[in-house]
Write a protein that binds this ligand. Structure first.
Ligand code: NAD
Length: 500
């Protein structure tokens, strides 16, 4: 019988009784390996009940003790890394090595969040007026929720949970229904690390569960990562219901290749960032923008050769550069884009369609696909494909390349490869994109900086992790306090107090 993945609620695994289920595939073989419950509104409300009951006790636990739970969790996840990475690969399809990176990037934010005692400190000003001191404190919001995508089933839940929990909130995670097992294991490890029951909850589901989180008045804040249309929907619905929201969406990350760049370095960078994890990364480079035809011709030749050498196979196999896509529907969607590119007149240099892996004929595989002469009017340039498809969109000069990245509707990441410090400096200052790399293909900021795209890649005004995360998951209270000397009395005042 097919295994059923449980929810994790109030400190225990919970088997769903409400009866709706989805299939969880093994993308490497194309077979169903488990089923995931899709929670009803009533089930989600019961999860919020538990979280609400647990939160005040956790908020009253001093921040250093809360941080120690995160440190123990860090240790436990590291001890269980191989098991977690294998489980992640088996549902997502990324290689085990890449799955370790997914988990490790999440742990780096847990590590950062263990600095909560420092990050939660307020400010203090003495003698702001006669006998008056002013100070601020950061207090948790209460119960907060996160809705996360399939492509980083460990990293993104941990980016949200680390700061939220460290700040004293209770956390309800609605992970992707495509690869839901790792979040449940993380919940078990949190409990083992000493996190009280009800503080980290996992409820599986689809739109019904999400809409319940977005409308229940007890949820104070919603963090979302996923595709742009859903990000926009979550942002408008959550904020219309009076919640804080930060919602991150899709991407079309450009890499500008200046004529002076080292093309071997550029080719390595594009092959790794364009095709790694089958292109299913929000920070994947999906558009190469060589400046000048000479650079473009040389780059196209190198990329074509390297793409033909890539090794694609089952996620758990060794010596594989990337594994299958997450779902058959994802393969079909990407194949449709490839056809649109051909129909629009782009030059197909490598065609990944029709790839079969012996022994895994039903797996969701696609070979590396490369287009040249792609122009900004084509759908394969404008839209996020989210697969192993790299397009070359040529620019006549630097200004045109800069404008292409800046004018694109998405503004998640961008990078420039050059040896010219002046060009790089001008680019970083002027480009209209949230995260920028210089000779770095995937400029995902480290945990103690913040992560967030611009334009239609991000909705809301605070980023993920770094100091912004602690601002997002806390509210600031400011206290003005006066201890007048004994017997001093000013009498009633009818004007607003000033520092005159
Ligand atoms: P998705 O938008 O399909 O799903 C994300 C989450 O939303 C899932 O938990 C899903 O269950 C839920 N959801 C889906 N449809 C919904 C609906 N109609 N109503 C309510 N909830 C719904 O995204 P995905 O396919 O899981 O992930 C891939 C996308 O995520 C890509 O667009 C990628 O660029 C983006 N992404 C962005 C970032 C970033 O930081 N900007 C990071 C990772 C992934």
């Amino acid at each position: 019988m097919t295994r059923t993945i449980p929810h994790f609620v109030g400190g225990s695994l919970l088997t769903s009784k409400d009866g709706r289920f989805g299939d969880v595939y093994d993308p490497s073989t194309g077979s169903v390996q488990a089923r995931v419950p899709l929670a009803s509104a009533g089930e989600v409300r019961r999860v919020i009940d538990d979280a609400e009951a647990a939160q005040p006790g956790w908020a009253a636990t001093n921040p250093q003790k809360r941080a120690r739970v995160l440190l123990r969790f860090l240790d436990l996840v590291q001890k269980n890394m191989t098991e977690l990475a294998t489980l992640l690969s088996s549902e997502h399809g990324k290689t085990v090595e890449d799955a370790r990176g997914d988990i490790q990037r999440g742990l780096e934010v847990i590590e950062f969040s263990a600095g909560a005692p420092h990050l939660l400190k307020g400010e203090y000003a003495t003698e702001a007026g006669s006998g008056i001191d002013v100070y601020s404190m950061r207090q948790p919001l209460g119960v907060v929720a996160a809705i996360t995508p399939f492509n980083f089933p460990a990293m993104i839940p941990l980016w949200k949970a680390g700061p939220a929990i460290a700040a004293g909130n209770a956390f309800v995670l609605k992970p992707s229904e495509r690869d839901p097992s790792v979040p449940v294991r993380l919940a078990e490890l949190f409990l083992e690390a000493g996190l009280p029951a009800g503080i980290f909850n996992v409820v599986h589901g689809d739109k019904e569960a999400v809409d319940t989180l977005l409308t229940d008045p007890r949820i104070q804040a919603v963090g979302f990562v996923g595709s742009t249309p859903i990000a926009e929907y979550i942002y408008t619905t959550a904020t219309a219901h009076g919640k804080r929201a930060q919602c991150f969406g899709g991407a079309k990350n450009h890499m500008i290749v200046m004529p002076d760049a080292d093309l071997d370095l550029v080719t390595d960078a594009l092959i790794g960032s364009g095709y790694g994890s089958a292109g299913e990364r929000c920070m994947a480079i999906s558009v190469a923008v060589p400046v000048g035809d000479e650079t473009a011709d040389a780059l196209a030749a190198k990329l074509t050769e390297r793409a033909s050498q890539l090794r694609i196979g089952p996620a758990l196999a060794e010596d594989v550069d990337y594994g299958p896509l997450v779902a058959r529907s994802a393969v079909e969607r990407v194949e449709d884009y490839i056809q649109q590119g051909i129909d629009a007149g782009a030059t197909l240099l490598a065609d990944g369609r029709g790839l079969t892996i012996p022994g895994h004929e039903e797996g969701f595989y696609l070979g590396p696909t490369l287009f040249d002469h792609v122009t900004p009017d084509m759908s394969i340039y404008r839209e996020e494909i989210f697969g192993p498809v790299l397009v070359i969109a040529r620019a006549a000069d630097y200004e045109q390349a800069l404008a292409m990245a800046s004018d694109h509707e998405f503004g998640n990441g961008v990078s420039i490869f050059t040896r010219d410090g002046d060009a790089a400096r001008d680019f970083t200052a002027r480009v209209n994109v949230g995260m920028v790399g210089v000779n770095v293909p995937i400029p995902v900021p480290i945990a103690y900086f913040t992560f967030g795209g611009w334009k239609r890649s991000g909705f809301g005004d605070l980023n993920q992790h770094g100091a912004d995360a602690f601002r997002f998951y806390t509210k600031t209270k400011t206290v003005t306090s006066r201890w007048p000397a004994h017997g001093v009395r000013d009498g009633a005042s009818f004007v607003i107090p000033t520092m005159h």
